[in-house]
Design a protein around this ligand. Structure first.
Ligand SMILES: Nc1ncnc2c1ncn2[C@@H]1O[C@H](COP(=O)(O)OP(=O)(O)OP(=O)(O)O)[C@@H](O)[C@H]1O
Length: 648
């Protein structure tokens, strides 16, 4: 036994009322210096609603309770623990009380089913549970928390004191272990998401704990912690009940990444807290109910191309790009559940009023594009993404879910279609008291079209919250992004203007923005130089492009010079030494230490018609790309004019 452990054992022996089995557990809790333990003064007559001990260490905060099964007073124990930690605040950092992990300490041979409300440790397992928590609290912060809680709970708990010498003791066994762990810890400390797992801005924390009696919405500019708040709400709920929860979004990557973070925040909840793109959820639901439709996006592309080739002459005078008309079908007609020409002719084409379509033009769209497209898709027996949402919506309306969700969170709601929003609402129960939480920011809309909240039949009735403190972007990065003229006539989708990024408060200083200007043919070389010179690890770099095609081109160029890449669609938040490359649409909601964004000079498109819509969309995409960068943003502006004109 090393010197530290013998001191721990001595101290524990002096506490009256503890059994030897309990002492062994508590000694394990104190397996290394830097951990602090508060032990209840009356372990024999411990109130049923209290923990036996509270443990503070670098990997997290714990409440320890000896048990032989799940205590009947589990909720009360949680409440008591949270009350003890709930008032701790360090400047603008409020401790998140539900992040204190309750651990049931059970005798050997007792099996307790873990469901995310608590962790379980048998003899010899506690140290592993403590290390697995993966919080990274600074030693001084751990000590400060321990002292404050000890002071506030002095009537019930005693802080075990050990001689100072123990901290600096040259204990070879301990030194070996910390040396081994140091590199891992340092890497982990660089990951920004650790901090918000235990500490939140007081304004965020209020929203985590706020109860809503119906659908609610959280808005605010990029990087203000909307998702962080939602994840904490889900974690808190998961502590309190064993009901199901769903986090969904139109962007598959985002659901995968947030799932990775959430599993660290609230381990053991896999079976009941689900993360899924809305299409994946719908396909799964349909497979269980009737049969999953045959989703074939490439087949749908081919069908539309054929239809377009036959009809293009009738539309090119308004807008020659096929993608514009495809979006008209996807985001306006199908996206808003329009199944009748009359309704289409009367519909407000939100977000698309750059191109005004009169009745005749809409009839053309209907008869020459929409109807032939739908007919051919039907003949082939294939579906596109909008069909999947439509079929799921019809099915759930016909027969609602038998088992309701405790919470349904929709992230990046500004990019969902109206039909998608209605489906999410239906999943949450489809009524005025549904536990639906919508997160979004109109300034970050990167897909065409739009809707109004009232059309979705969702009444937010004052349950709208705004976050304003940006925690992601360093000041220079934020300044650059805030200067982008990213407007959205739809505001925050509920007839309110929305808070623009420039009105956010920024917390992090410094940051780097590099602008490269040059001919397209030099883009690859400039990008390679930029990546090599940015000083960030490959695992924390992303190249975000406007199109998938361009992502493919640039990924190829990086691979060719030996820089490993990972398509953004395959990224799930797990660190890997490869540059993430993908279209900006796939990067929504995520962040990276450095972001490289190739773009074109603003104003390349005309300021009328579809060109204006495209230009506005491009500005919003640029804003999304740059606000993904925490420390370093590289903006590559293609400019083929002679050098003298570029002002070099
Ligand atoms: N209280 C906090 N303390 C420290 N970091 C925080 C805090 N809140 C958020 N962050 C950091 O800011 C980042 C942005 O948070 P989050 O993704 O929740 O913002 P968002 O409002 O959803 O952003 P966006 O709209 O751009 O997707 C997080 O990844 C995290 O690193």
């Amino acid at each position: 036994m090393n010197a530290w452990l013998s001191r721990v054992t001595d101290t524990l022996t002096r506490i009256p009322g503890l059994t030897s089995h309990q002492r062994t557990f508590l000694a394990e809790a104190l397996a290394e210096p830097g951990r602090y333990l508060l032990v209840h003064r009356d372990p024999v007559d411990l109130p049923a609603t209290h923990a036996h001990a509270l443990l503070f260490c670098g990997t997290g905060l714990f409440a320890l309770r000896f048990a032989e099964g799940v205590p009947a007073e589990l909720d009360e124990i949680h409440r008591d623990v949270e009350a003890r930690f709930g008032r701790l605040q360090f400047g603008r950092e409020k401790l998140v009380p539900h992040d204190v992990q309750l651990v049931l300490l059970v005798p050997a041979g007792i099996g307790v089913r873990v469901d995310g409300r608590f962790a379980v440790a048998g003899p010899g397992e506690l140290d592993r549970v403590i290390r697995a928590r993966q919080r990274h609290l600074r030693p001084t912060r751990v000590q400060a928390i321990a002292n404050t809680v000890a002071h506030q709970s002095a009537r019930e708990y005693d802080l075990l004191e050990f001689e100072e010498a123990a901290q600096g003791a040259a204990d070879p066994a301990l030194l070996d272990r910390s040396e081994v762990l140091a590199p891992q810890r340092n890497t982990a400390l660089q990951r920004p998401f650790q901090h918000w797992m235990t500490f939140l801005d007081p304004e965020q924390e209020i929203l985590v704990a706020r109860n809503y009696t119906g659908p609610a919405r959280l808005t605010g500019p990029a990087g203000t912690g909307k998702t962080v708040v939602a994840l904490h709400r889900m974690a808190r709920q998961a502590r309190r009940s064993t009901g199901r929860q769903l986090y969904t979004t139109f962007v598959k990557t985002l659901a995968n990444c947030q799932e990775t973070y959430f599993r660290r925040l609230a381990p053991g909840t896999e079976s009941r807290v689900q993360f899924a793109g809305l299409h994946a959820w719908a396909l799964d639901f349909l497979a269980q109910r009737i049969a999953a439709p045959k989703l074939d996006p490439h087949g749908a592309d081919r069908v539309f191309s054929r239809v377009w080739e036959r009809a293009r002459a009738d539309f090119e005078d308004i807008e020659p790009r096929a993608s514009y008309w495809r979006e008209e079908i996807d985001r306006v007609i199908k996206g808003r559940e329009i199944d009748d020409l009359d309704v289409y002719q009367r519909a407000d084409r939100y977000g698309r009023n750059g191109v005004r379509l009169g009745d005749d033009r809409r009839a053309d769209v209907w008869h020459k594009l929409y109807v032939p497209y739908v007919s051919e898709m039907r003949e082939r027996g294939i579906s596109d993404y909008s069909d999947v949402i439509a079929i799921a919506l019809a099915e759930i309306r016909n027969e609602p879910l038998p088992e309701p969700y405790d919470a349904v969170v929709v992230d990046e709601v500004q990019d969902i279609t109206l039909a998608g929003l209605r489906l999410a609402h239906a999943i949450a129960g489809g009524n005025g008291s549904s536990p639906l939480l919508l997160l979004g920011d109109g300034q970050q809309q990167v897909y065409a079209g739009g809707w109004r909240m009232a059309e979705a039949g969702i009444d937010l009735r004052g349950r709208g919250e705004i976050l304003r403190v940006n925690y992601r972007n360093r000041r220079r990065v934020w300044e650059n992004a805030a200067g982008i003229d990213a407007v959205n006539e739809l505001g925050d989708f509920d007839d309110a203007p929305g808070v623009p990024l420039r009105d956010a408060d920024v917390t992090l200083p410094d940051g780097v923005v590099r602008i490269w200007r040059g001919p397209d043919q030099y883009l690859e070389a400039a990008l390679v130089d930029g990546i090599r010179g940015c000083g960030k690890p490959l695992s924390d770099i992303a190249v975000l492009t406007r199109t998938r095609h361009e992502a493919g081109r640039l990924a190829g160029a990086l691979e060719a010079v030996g820089i490993a890449t990972l398509p953004l669609e395959d990224y799930d938040g797990t660190p890997r030494a490869a540059v993430k490359v993908g279209a900006v649409h796939r990067a929504k909601g995520l962040d990276f230490a450095a972001v490289f964004h190739p773009t074109w000079p603003a104003g390349a498109d005309s300021r009328t018609g579809a060109g204006r819509e495209r230009a506005e969309l491009a500005e919003r995409q640029k804003l999304v790309a740059i606000t993904r960068a925490r420390d370093y943003a590289w903006i590559g502006i293609r400019d083929d004019r002679p050098e003298i004109q570029r002002g070099r």
